[in-house]
Design a binder for this molecule. Structure first.
Ligand code: ZN
Length: 229
């Protein structure tokens, strides 16, 4: 049996829930919703049927996730964020299909923001509290206001970049074809660090094995002597 937690005061009708996920009080999750592993679905949320949520997603209280929403891994949705899925809502009149909205991995949405349906919010983008987002948002973009506009870029750690460098973690970025990326230098350094780490591990492993052999030799020696005595 999968290991997830549903509070007894929640009404959860789907069983497509990943390991380690928690769903808290007074939440309602409809039958065909899919929720990944290690998610935290806070109290007082509503999740409809045509919804796919990835792993490590946080949904704070007071959020309704309507049909048509796709939420990738590591997304953060702040309290009382509003989504919409219909440009021409009328009572008792259902559209043939609801608008599709995608939140790419690691995107974060501040409290009380409104996300108009049919758009994509790029990976690592940060949406300020109270924003009204009406258009696609580029990866790593920092946007806020009504209508929301871009006011710079954010690092993967969440800090606003200054001259394409993160003042908090020093990661460097570049803009190519209007898209922000981490620089090659970063990548090379990361690879070098990983290589070093692997070599270090190997050396340490060898040392540990040597020690182990030495200890075994000692033990063998001591026991042989004891046996001989
Ligand atoms: Zn950073």
């Amino acid at each position: 049996m999968l290991n997830y937690t549903i509070h007894p005061l929640a009404d959860v009708q789907t069983d497509q829930i990943g390991e380690g996920t928690s769903i808290w009080q007074f939440s309602v999750v409809l039958k065909r919703a899919q929720i990944g592993a290690n998610c935290n679905i806070n109290a007082l949320t509503l999740i409809e049927n045509d919804v796919i949520i990835g792993d490590n997603v946080t949904v704070k209280s007071g959020v309704q996730i309507w049909d048509g929403l796709r939420i990738e891994n590591n997304v953060f949705i702040g309290p009382n964020v509003s989504f919409t899925n219909d440009f021409t809502p009328r009572s008792k009149q259902r559209p043939a299909e609801f608008l599709k909205t995608t939140l790419k991995h690691h995107a974060s949405i501040g409290a009380n923001a409104t996300i108009i349906g049919g758009i994509t919010i790029g990976e690592y983008a940060l949406i300020g509290a109270g924003s009204v987002v009406t258009k696609d948002i580029a990866p790593y973009a920092l946007v806020y206001g009504n209508p929301a506009k871009q006011h710079g870029w954010v690092c993967e750690c969440g800090t606003k970049l200054e001259n394409l460098i993160c003042p908090a973690c020093q990661t460097q970025y570049q803009i190519k074809d209007n898209t922000l990326n981490r620089t090659e230098q970063n990548r090379t350094e990361q690879n070098r660090t990983e290589q070093n780490r692997t070599e270090q591990n190997r050396t340490e492993q060898n040392r540990t094995e040597q020690n182990r052999t030495a200890v075994n030799d000692d033990w063998f020696h001591a026991n042989t002597l004891r046996g001989a005595a």
